[in-house]
Design a protein around this ligand. Structure first.
Ligand code: GLP
Length: 264
């Protein structure tokens, strides 16, 4: 696992945006096949998306041959609800880039048969050629997508019940009222994320520091589902200094030294 640490959230976010753009451009140079990417929501990816929008407008990258799959969506809230992940993605990214609408995939939390919707999502990912890169954030308890503690590390796309912790954390988007947060969501599984050729996780701020410590220095565990990245051949965790704040001094120095050596 590679860990990139930047002084602040802005720099960490820019690092991720440029990594995504470089990967899209690198594939476009050698192949006509679409670049398949996994996207996340939350406050964490906002600066990354803003930078990708800037790069598209500046002609530095194009999403015309990109197919995307979002990692999760709440069950049972209208697509046009301001807090649906559909709304989030269009507002913060898709409305401002050149990705064709038919290439955009977000789980339908109002599908009549949710299980069938999950199965068909997994099928569509395979049909698209599988993920080249999965970009994710993490919850305060180290969950990836909505793979809450005790999710199988072999899990695939399915309906999940949100933990009380997540309901509390996400209530900030629902007028601080936990009862307004949908109790269920649909989420790609841990194994779905890990099926990507490259996984880039961004974690910012002190509230993520404990989960980051556990996922990087602790054992791989279903308690902290992002720790499954330890088993991925090309996993990168990108942090600001605050999110790296609980790593051991030796781990911190090691990751900084590796980066400095590779930059030479
Ligand atoms: C939710 C989402 C996750 C996201 C997490 C962190 O739980 N399901 O995909 O990574 O929130 O959100 P934030 O970036 O706002 O801290």
């Amino acid at each position: 696992m590679k860990v990139i640490i930047r002084d602040n959230g802005k720099e960490a976010s820019l690092w991720v945006a440029h990594r995504i753009a470089d990967a899209i451009n690198a594939k476009a140079k050698v192949s006509d096949k679409p670049f398949v990417i996994g996207f996340c929501t939350g406050s964490t990816p906002l600066d990354t998306y803003a930078e990708l929008i800037r790069m598209v407008k500046a002609g530095e990258v194009s999403f015309k041959n990109v197919i995307s799959f979002n990692m999760d969506e709440y069950v049972g809230i209208p697509v046009d609800h301001p807090e649906s992940y559909h709304s989030f993605m269009y507002h913060n990214l898709f409305d401002h880039i050149d990705e064709p609408k038919e290439n955009i995939h977000i789980l339908d939390g109002n599908a009549p048969d949710l299980a069938a919707e999950c199965e068909s999502y997994e099928r569509k990912i395979v049909e698209a050629g599988g993920f080249d890169l999965f970009f994710g954030g993490i919850g305060e308890d180290g969950h990836i997508a909505f793979n809450e503690p005790f999710s199988s590390l072999q899990s695939r796309t399915r309906v999940v019940t949100l933990t009380e912790d997540t309901l509390r954390v996400n209530s900030r988007f629902f007028g601080n009222d936990m009862n307004k947060v949908p109790k269920q969501a649909m989420s790609v599984g841990v194994a779905t994320v890990l099926s990507a050729k490259e996984v880039v996780i961004l974690a910012l701020g002190p509230k993520k520091a404990r989960a980051i410590k556990e996922s990087i220095e602790g054992p791989m565990s279903h308690m902290v589902t992002v720790s499954a990245l330890q088993n991925h051949p090309d996993g990168i965790i990108v942090l600001d200094d605050d999110a790296a704040g609980e790593l051991k001094v030796n781990s911190y120095r090691y990751f900084k030294a590796v980066e400095a050596a590779e930059a030479r």
